[in-house]
Write a protein that binds this ligand. Structure first.
Ligand SMILES: Nc1ncnc2c1ncn2[C@@H]1O[C@H](COP(=O)(O)OP(=O)(O)OP(=O)(O)O)[C@@H](O)[C@H]1O
Length: 499
């Protein structure tokens, strides 16, 4: 690593504005980005927690471009890696990725770049599992010996915590980085961490407390309109959704036509809009079940909506085509019907709606997935279809899953049940959020993540702030078909076991 002389630091800090404009084509830093980047370039370990779409990736990508050496980016999802790698390549940044799906010749080229000790690659994306491989570790040791290992970025860092919603055991082995290269700074990033998960991330990665900068920003996404729609078990949400989508598409088409008429030309639209059918609204529908992805996408197509499925069981080529077509706004690819395999980190700026077909499995998952909407800062809508039957089914599956796991590993039954308890608490918070007709949804989300919002008002950007009376009536009417009885064994009762 180069020494951190004040001259060096000053030079880097001048570079960052230039690099932001020249390489990343952004006009200005968003609030706090500059401070995070400066802290990273000063050689600190950094923990950053900020809302979905805050622009966290820039906080390690820009330092990787201005700094000396290579940055290793640990990322949990291949779809997310592909998404980021294509954007970086488009900006002419030397970026590579190593994982089990990379063809052999390409993998050999990247490894030989590392082996020379002075890699040309500025950012190398890897999965946490790849970081465990001894040959990869040996290559990093060579790079480090040449003082060319600039930084380790751990994206979606909440995956390291057993208390987090997407725990991935291989993340725990990332401790190896600090143990082996104590002088190499680490930057850990997440949008979803409670205080317990935050502590876990810092401890598990072994971040240096004497040289650690912690940035915790709001989880608020003011441009998202949150709404819960209630469904009874005898009626699915399809008709309601289609009606809403058609109305929204109609309003959009009318707005665009009016703008065109006013200006007398299409210049009222940005380039992305021009490439799309003006009435088409880019969006995501999340469903818990693979079979729903296929059938719902087919049903929407038969109703004239460009919809495509995305789930882990589809062939690799189909998934790549569907993701690329959706990101590019290709005709016929406006709406992706996906399982949570599509959740974390996917960045498409103009997603105008996210719909949850069923209640998701955790509060954090809901926030993450909803966070795919409105990443351009413009208004977007997130609708969650909530029914008590879905909720009870999810609870039963969760319970069965935990008991099976615990039975399979009797010696680890207790931690397994503890994790389960945590997950079910998160789920419980989510269904209480759905059932809540007495508070601002933005506020409820902030409360969940432990963020104080004493005087917050969302400016009508949720169903409660828009019309609390209507919300209560819709709940009453929507859930009426369900045999709900408060003194039956409630979901809360189901979940309140002791570990
Ligand atoms: N300073 C900036 N000016 C304009 N756009 C920016 C800036 N910084 C980041 N962006 C854009 O904001 C979008 C979101 O950034 P990014 O994907 O890094 O979000 P994130 O914080 O990682 O969110 P998530 O946790 O949801 O994945 C991207 O399209 C990115 O190009």
């Amino acid at each position: 690593m180069r020494p951190s002389t004040s001259k060096h630091v000053r030079r880097q800090h001048v570079d960052i504005d230039f690099t932001l404009r020249r390489v990343f084509k952004k006009q200005a830093f968003r609030p706090v980005q500059r401070e995070v980047i400066t802290a990273a370039l000063d050689g600190n370990d950094v923990y950053i927690q900020a809302a979905t779409s805050f622009g966290k990736s820039l906080c390690f990508q820009l330092p990787a471009v201005v700094d000396h050496g290579i940055t290793i980016v640990v990322s949990p999802l291949l779809a997310l890696v592909d998404n980021q790698v294509s954007a970086l390549r488009a900006a002419n940044i030397k970026v590579a990725t190593l994982n089990s799906q990379i063809p052999r010749p390409e993998r050999d080229d990247i490894l030989s770049d590392l082996r020379c000790g002075h890699p040309h690659t500025r950012l190398l994306y890897v999965t946490p599992e790849y970081c465990k491989l001894s040959h990869f570790r040996r290559h990093l040791e060579i790079v480090h010996a040449q003082r060319e290992l600039a930084r380790i970025a751990v994206d979606e860092a909440h995956c390291i915590s057993e208390w987090g919603h997407d725990f991935r055991p291989a993340f725990l082995d990332l401790r190896w980085f600090k143990t082996t290269f104590p002088d190499v700074p680490i930057i850990a990033l997440t949008a979803t961490a409670t205080s317990r998960v935050r502590r876990d991330i810092i401890d598990a990665l072994g971040l240096n407390r004497h040289k650690l900068r912690v940035f915790e920003m709001t989880t608020l996404r003011p441009n998202i309109h949150y709404e819960v729609r209630f469904k009874s078990d005898d009626k699915g949400p399809y008709d309601d959704f289609l009606k809403w989508l058609r109305a929204a598409q109609g309003r959009r088409a009318a707005r665009l036509a009016a703008a065109e008429e006013r200006d007398g030309r299409r210049s009222a639209l940005n380039d992305k809009d021009k490439s799309q059918d003006p009435g088409t609204l880019p969006g995501i529908i999340y469903t818990l079940y693979r079979k729903d992805c296929e059938s719902l996408a087919a049903q929407l197509r038969s109703d004239g909506i460009g919809a495509i499925p995305y789930h882990a069981g589809l062939p690799k080529e189909t998934k790549a085509d569907h993701l690329a077509g959706w990101v590019a706004g290709r005709p016929g690819y406006a709406v992706v019907v996906a399982t949570t395999a599509f959740g974390m980190g996917i960045d498409k700026e103009d997603v105008r709606f996210v719909v949850h077909w069923q209640i998701p499995k955790t509060f954090e998952g809901y926030y993450q997935e909803a966070g795919r909407a409105g990443r351009d800062g413009k208004a977007a809508r997130c609708v969650l279809y909530y029914g008590r039957e879905d909720r009870d089914r999810a609870l039963t599956l969760m319970l069965r899953d935990a008991l099976t796991k615990a039975a399979g590993r009797m010696q680890k039954a207790e931690p397994e049940l503890a994790k389960m308890k945590n997950r079910s608490e998160s789920f419980q918070e989510l269904f209480m959020y759905c059932e809540n007709t007495g508070a601002c949804r933005h506020r409820l989300i902030c409360d969940y993540f432990g963020e104080a919002t004493p005087s917050m008002h969302c400016q009508f950007a949720c169903d409660w702030c828009k019309d609390a009376k209507d919300l209560a009536e819709r709940k009453e009417k929507g859930l009426v078909a369900e045999n709900w009885c408060e003194d039956q064994m409630t979901p809360y009762g189901l979940l309140s076991w002791e570990t």
